[in-house]
Design a protein around this ligand. Structure first.
Ligand code: GLA
Length: 441
């Protein structure tokens, strides 16, 4: 069993982060922590797998050049669909048949999630022809476009939209009965990817930056949410409004022009464009009991007090450090739930650098990883308001962690639920069992 320490505390403390197994490991961990913090502070957190392509407009060909296209371990659609790990995939499971929650049930993760009334999804690359999409339709009941619905990917130049990839991924999801989480309407990182490449120049040329950004957000949100109204079940309306650590807002172009008002503006426009979509604020945390978590709770209280139409909080869940996860995460999720908000774990992955050999206690790396996923899933489904979780990728052959410094120092990170042969890993079964256990009580 992976051991995660359980100390209290309200800061990011060294003893919370370091495994403290031996001096070599402590020193190595300090080195890694410094790299991670440096990268987070310098780059404002983490970047996408295909962010290197972000200097150009989104384009299917570009995206198809990712490392899946030449991955000859990728089987053809039939092979994936015929995966005999799940010989009795019950396509005939109905909404009122919860047999997948019974002990020993032979169901996919998606079928189990559906019987539990929750969502388990995967983030998918911007290639509607990627054969691994059939793995998603076979094993999950929810899909997030990893990049294709981000503002700068839809609209490299402000106001100039190309929906080709987003439309195709949405059609794929609908054809396969997958719920869609829209990600992400307003994200203040990475020009040409998170937001239009020319946005900052245009703001700089405007005599009234506040009004300019207010209009840009209102137009973008109305355009995209309006286009997909009734088809996207939930949206990440604002992504990463807070700084990497501490209690400040992220000093992104939206914040610099409008202060925190940009957050309310985005949510109000989204509610108007699709009154039925659930609207989420999505954020990441290194540790779940810090000034940053307090700052998020304060922000949520403020937004709710102002009547801002926010329905839920997405906790990204990239697991960077071996922190005392269960208690802290549980407290944090309970505090969010107490505000009357839904919760989803939106971008789960468990990087190799939190699973040191010395911590394995005789387990394989993938077994320890399964325990870490299990802890995350258990924390989520322990609170009634947690409506789902999404893993940030499909299989280990392609993950942003293998591409962005300093995480790429540990490549292959192998952080996902399927291995490079597209076989489900222990983490897949751990989450499935956790859901069955949590929802059959
Ligand atoms: C953040 C964003 C995601 C993705 C990841 C890593 O978490 O919300 O869209 O870009 O970074 O790639």
């Amino acid at each position: 069993m992976l051991e995660l320490k359980t100390t209290g505390g309200s800061q990011i403390e060294m003893q919370d982060i370091l495994p403290m197994v031996d001096m070599r490991q402590v020193l190595f961990s300090i080195f890694i922590l410094m790299l991670v913090i440096a990268a987070l502070l310098l780059s404002g957190c983490h970047q996408d797998d295909d962010s290197s392509e972000n200097s150009e407009p989104a384009d299917d060909d570009d995206v198809a050049d990712d490392d899946t296209s030449d991955d000859d371990t990728v089987a053809d659609d039939d092979t994936i669909a015929d995966d005999d790990t799940f010989p009795d995939d019950d396509d005939d499971d109905t909404a009122d048949d919860d047999s997948c929650l019974q002990p020993g049930a032979d169901c996919t993760l998606g079928e189990t999630a559906a019987d539990a009334g929750i969502f388990v999804g995967a983030a998918v690359p911007s290639d509607p022809e990627d054969p691994r999409l059939s793995l998603v339709s076979a094993h999950f009941n929810s899909l997030t476009a990893e990049n294709a619905m981000k503002w700068g990917e839809l609209s490299y130049h402000l106001g100039d939209y190309d929906y080709t990839t987003a439309d195709a991924l949405l059609a794929f999801a609908e054809d396969n009965g997958l719920r869609v989480r829209g990600h992400a309407l307003v994200w203040g990182k990475y020009p040409g990817h998170g937001y239009p490449a020319d946005l900052e120049t245009l703001i700089g040329q405007s005599p009234d930056p506040y009004a300019f950004v207010q209009t840009a957000i209102a137009d973008h949100v109305a355009t995209v949410v309006g286009r997909y109204a009734g088809r996207i079940e939930s949206w990440d309306v604002v992504n990463e409004p807070l700084s990497s650590v501490g209690t400040q807002f992220d000093p992104n172009p939206f914040y610099l022009a409008m202060g925190a008002d940009y957050i309310a503006a985005a949510f109000m426009a989204a509610r108007e464009a699709d009154p039925d979509a659930r609207l989420f604020l999505n954020e990441y945390f290194l540790v779940y009991d810090t000034p940053k978590t307090d700052a998020l709770l304060d922000l949520l209280e403020d937004l709710l007090a102002q009547g801002v139409p926010i329905d839920g909080v997405g906790i990204q869940g990239h697991l960077f450090v071996s922190e005392p996860l269960p208690e802290r995460l549980h407290r944090f999720l309970t505090a969010i739930e107490a505000l009357g908000l839904d919760i989803e774990l939106t971008e789960l992955d468990v990087a190799k650098n939190v699973l040191w050999d010395d911590m394995l206690n005789g387990q394989t790396l993938f077994e320890a990883q399964a325990d870490a996923y299990d802890l995350l899933a258990a924390a989520c489904f322990d609170v009634a308001s947690c409506t789902g979780l999404t893993v940030w990728g499909i299989d280990d052959s392609r993950t942003w962690l293998d591409e962005l410094f300093p995480f790429n120092l540990f490549a292959p990170n192998n952080p996902l639920l399927f291995d490079r042969d597209l076989a489900p890993k222990p983490a897949y079964f751990a989450i499935r069992e956790r859901i069955a256990e949590a929802f059959s009580r």
